[in-house]
Design a protein around this ligand. Sequence first.
Ligand code: GLU
Length: 291
Amino acid sequence: MRITKSMTLGAAAIAAALVLSGCSDSGAGTEPEVDESVEFEAGTTMAELNEAGSITIGTKFDQPLFGLQGLDGEPVGFDVEIGKIIAAELGIAPEDIDWVETVSANREPFIQDGQVDMVVATYTINDTRKEVIDFAGPYYEAGQDLLVLEGNPEGIEGAEYFEENPDAAVCTVTGSTSLANIQEYTSNVLQAETYSACLEPLRRGEVVAVTTDNVILAGLADQNEGEFEVVGNPFTAEPYGIGIEKGDDAFRTFINDVLEEAYEDGRWAEAWEATAGSVLETPEPPAVDRY
Ligand code: GLU
């Protein structure tokens, strides 16, 4: 938690006590300092959002560590923290963010038709997606892996298993890079709308693995202790970007600047440690790609 300028001494003392007791006043994550004095050039997306005082962000609602809906309806996780950091630099407080659930397949359409101002949702930057939207970032790099039943009864060591065992089915999500990547190895793929929906088919033995980014799988394994394990042999690179409307170069530059500042001043690492860091080691932030 950061002590904001507007906090009174009493509030700061309470905040310090909450930190000492391991509690956060927002329920989870960090409280980025909101830049209330910030000004933007008229006509830019930044000026519009600042003026509106709110922003709509698409994220996952069922992915522990990155975007998981809490009991109060608000999502928590590293993606959520990245969204909060960007909003704060636009002069928008965390409580003024409207979080919208995006699943893998609806991220580009939601950005294209303006249902969201940005998407922060374990969203891999790639050229196909860049044809219809733009990406700031990356702010993290994952790799595709496999989730199997605890004890790995089939002895699955990597994606090649599916090339060698065409009768073995694997579950992943429609509209994801995970689907396109695993299809290089097999056509025996069960497609779900979300990764959490792949867990029951794995439990029932309808598939022998779930495949997607290692950090998503690590979150699902952690959430269902003793049931699953991650194979730990990533076979792709998945740089996570922030999806925005295509052609909004000023907004993209602004977000890239915010990310670099957050790398430098420790907010990025603080965001990681407050969320994904409960299970995963703190990585080095990747270099921003200002294509
Ligand atoms: N990062 C991959 C993607 O953007 C897989 C995870 C996901 O579907 O969110 O497609």
